[in-house]
Ligand binder design. Structure first.
Ligand code: RIB
Ligand code: NA
Length: 301
């Protein structure tokens, strides 16, 4: 069983559906409102656990009802919360999402997630020793991501950095990551002077640019490879990237060849978008494997 550590955010997603999103100064009437579990860190932890990994979350929640819901959701999904300590003086993180015209727009308020600090991480270092891979994103402070990068290098623990949401990274941070998985927008922020192809060539088998419905691109040392994504009727793309990253980490931790890892992750992500909510639709292992077997069977026919 792959052992995965996730360092990151946990939030409640407050999701409004509307025919269209309002412009500045404008009010529109919405159609529905629900709250569901979210936050990139929590989403990735839950996705990895559903895919059969043993997952330890390192994060913070507020000492409030949302915090309780977040912890219960981790428990339901068999994610270890030994290293998720409530913060007494802050609210839980929230993400304010509008789903309109087939796409989402999101304002994230990190709140307690800002307390995932280097000092907090230092206390959780024990968890690092037995892990196969560490998964981190950017809804927590920048210096924490840098600190975790150094720890992983020292401890020779493979690090998958999902640089979302976008912010620039130092050369050192990029060097400390074993795998980097920006989308196109995030890749442009990371490598401002370079075309995406130039960036890929600079980081063979390390940089994986996710291009949504097109697929995932990387440079394998000899050529640029596009691993296509699977066509599905998307209901809600929120959390697709998180499912991709979690599944990629699981497959990498299991030692599968890189291209196979990307295929597995694309499959998992394609299933996740068929249901509402960031974590709705995140598949269990068997669902992904059945789909992959169907695909192979079709190739043989
Ligand atoms: O990646 C999707 C997540 O990003 C949502 O669950 C929301 O919490 C936002 O932070
Ligand atoms: Na979903």
């Amino acid at each position: 069983m792959a052992k995965i550590i996730v360092v990151g955010s946990s939030s409640v997603d407050l999701v409004v559906t509307a025919a269209r999103r309002p412009g500045a100064g404008e009010t529109v009437l919405g159609e529905g409102f629900v709250t569901v579990p979210g936050g990139k860190g929590a989403n990735q932890a839950v996705a990895a656990a559903r895919l059969g990994a043993e997952v330890t979350m390192i994060g913070r929640v507020g000492d409030d009802l949302y915090g309780q819901e977040i912890l219960n959701n981790f428990k339901r999904n068999k994610v270890s919360i030994e290293y998720v300590e409530p913060v007494t003086h802050l609210a839980s993180g929230t993400a304010h999402i509008v789903l309109a015209e087939g796409d989402n727009s999101i304002v994230v308020v990190p709140a307690a997630n800002n307390e995932v600090t280097p000092a907090y991480l230092a206390k959780s270092k024990d968890a690092f020793r037995e892990a196969d891979i560490l998964l981190i994103q950017q809804e927590i402070p920048e210096d924490t991501v840098a600190y975790v990068g150094e720890l992983c290098r020292e401890m020779q623990l493979p690090l998958l950095l999902n640089p979302a949401p976008a912010r620039p990274l130092t050369e050192e941070m990029i060097a400390n990551a074993t795998y980097l998985t920006p989308n196109e927008h995030e890749a442009k922020v990371l490598f401002p002077g370079l075309s995406l192809s130039e960036a890929l060539r600079r980081y063979p088998n390390k940089l994986f640019i996710t291009e949504g419905s097109r697929g995932v691109r990387f440079f394998d040392g000899e050529q640029e490879v596009l691993v296509p994504s699977y066509k599905v009727d998307a209901v809600d793309t929120t959390g697709a990237g998180d499912t991709f990253n979690a599944a990629f980490a699981v497959a990498l931790a299991e030692g599968k060849p890189i291209r196979e890892c990307v295929r597995f992750a694309n499959r998992a992500a394609s299933l996740s978008v068929t249901k509402f909510g960031a974590q709705g639709g995140m598949p269990i292992r068997r669902e992904v494997e059945e789909q992959m077997q169907d695909e192979e069977a079709r190739h043989i026919e």
